[in-house]
Every structure is written in C-alpha cells, then in structure tokens.
Design a protein around this ligand. Structure first.
Ligand SMILES: C[S@@+](CC[C@H](N)C(=O)[O-])C[C@H]1O[C@@H](n2cnc3c(N)ncnc32)[C@H](O)[C@@H]1O
Length: 259
C-alpha cells in the first residue's frame, strides 16, 4: 500500500497574488502523481495503514494495491447502520468501501476526489464491491476538498486518509468540513503532520509535496486550525513517527473531533 502527502500554515495559505499560481501548480502536480499512481504501483507513496482482515474482506485486489492512506479512519469511528459518510480524497475508494460495509444498505457513502483516473478506478471497483455486498450505497463525486460537492449539515461522519496535507489551503478544508458535518456529527482524519516547520526548499518541491511530506504542517497548527473551524473534543486515536527528513519528524496521526 502507499502514501504520499504537504506544507503551508493556515495563515500562510490565505489568498495572496503570487500564492494562487503556486497553489494551482501544486494541485496539478498532485493530480499528475495520483493519476499515475492509479495506473502503476508506487511503493514511494506507501505508509502503514492498519487495516484489519475484516476491513479488507471482499475488496478487489486492485483497490487494496491502490491504497495511499496513513491510517484506518473508519476503525476509530462510531458508525451506525443508515448513517451518511463522506470521504475527502477518496482515491481508489478503499475507505469508502469499508464504510459501506458498516453503514449497511440504508446508509450512504460519498467519496470526493479531484483526479479523474482515481475516480474511474473507484467507480469500476464500486460495481464489484456492490455485487459482493448485495447493495450499492457508494457514490464518487469529482470535486475539491476546498469546495466540497456536498450539502450543508448532511454528514454524520467525515473521514479522510492522508489527503489534507496535500491541500495548499488547509484552513478552507477545515471550514468545508465544518459546513457539511451535521451538528453532533463527527470526523476521523488520518494525516501527516510535522514536529517543526518544513524548510522552504522542501515546500517548493512538488514531488515531495505529492508524496505527503512537504505539505505537512506543524502538529500544533493542525490542531489549532481544526479548533478555529469550530470543532471540539479533539482526540488523538493513534500517532506514530512515519519518517525523518532534513531534521524534521513527520508523524502519522489519526484525530477524532466533533461539531
Ligand atoms: C494520498 S492519496 C489518498 C487516497 C485515499 N484516501 C487512500 O487512502 O487510498 C490522495 C488522494 O487525494 C486526492 N486529492 C488530493 N488533494 C485533493 C484536493 N485538494 N481535492 C480533492 N482531492 C484531492 C488525490 O487525487 C488522491 O486521490
């Protein structure tokens, strides 16, 4: 399995004239990397996830091999039958398919991703998973984390697996999360954060950004941005050191929070 993940602080990611172009370039680089990764395996994008045999039972090999997360967010979520789940940056769909098993035939799962090749792969596998489950509750939508194609206050659980670090505008992502989650709903996000500011030379490297490294923001800023967006009760469910580069420690963290 793989992971690849990114680094501006929420303050720094506020629109600035020269930053818009950089954000567009980063987005294109991320789309290129994940478009390619949907077609060819890339072990550089791998990170430990912690899926259980039960999670993976019935999922096509193609989905398991195109998994680029850094945690197992639905494992930490309290999901009930009939609930609505949204997955930000759903990739080939692994977490959507695991969530579909948990919400059952009366639930709904929406995966959002900006990369056409990933959406194509996810849709192809959706038919196979629906056949296995005997019901079809997953829908993949093209869209950006910063502008979710999801109604206000409509989601019981929001998950995301190693994607927020890839966004150049994390503040906007957290605001969008707060918009779509129902009052009383929650999120479980697995992502990469850093122990100190990522050096500028790394942040300018779009390949490292796409590999889920240089877009990571400092752990304390990540939590502050979630609180600033209005979430409360933040709890770290799992945390471990993923890798070290240029004196910076990159941590995989799974956080739960409530609206
Ligand atoms: C590291 S992969 C993770 C995929 C999936 N969550 C998994 O665990 O396998 C990142 C995915 O997020 C998508 N992505 C990255 N930035 C995005 C953004 N700003 N808006 C929508 N999708 C984005 C990419 O296209 C890619 O499919």
């Amino acid at each position: 399995m793989s992971s690849g993940c990114c680094g501006t602080t929420p303050e720094e990611s506020k629109p600035k004239e020269n930053e818009t172009k950089d954000s567009g370039e980063l987005r294109s680089a991320v789309q290129d990397i994940y478009g390619k990764a949907s077609r060819e395996e890339n072990p550089e994008l791998c990170c430990p996830t912690g899926y259980t045999d039960t999670d993976l039972e019935g999922l096509p090999e193609a989905v398991i091999r195109t998994s680029f997360g850094c945690g197992n967010p639905t494992l930490m979520a309290e999901l009930e039958g009939g609930e609505t789940v949204v997955d930000l940056g759903s990739g080939a769909g692994i977490d959507c398919f695991i969530a579909a098993k948990k919400v059952g035939p009366k639930g709904k799962v929406i995966g959002v991703d900006m990369t056409d090749d990933m959406l194509e792969k996810a849709n192809k596998n959706n038919a196979i998973v629906a056949d296995y489950l005997g019901y079809d509750v997953v829908e993949f939508k093209k869209g950006f984390l910063e502008e979710l194609p999801v109604d206000d206050n409509s989601v019981d659980l929001l998950i995301s697996n190693c994607v927020i670090n890839l966004s150049p505008d994390k503040e906007q992502v957290f605001n969008e999360m707060a918009r779509v989650i129902k009052r009383g709903g929650h999120f479980v996000v697995s992502d990469i954060v850093s122990d100190k500011d990522v050096p500028e030379n790394m942040r300018q490297d779009s390949q490292l950004w796409g590999e889920c490294i240089s877009g990571a923001i400092r752990r304390d800023l990540f939590f502050k941005a979630m609180e600033d967006a209005g979430f409360y009760g933040l709890m770290v469910e799992k945390e471990f050191l993923w890798r070290e580069d240029q004196g910076v420690s990159f941590l995989s963290v799974t956080v739960k929070g409530y609206k």
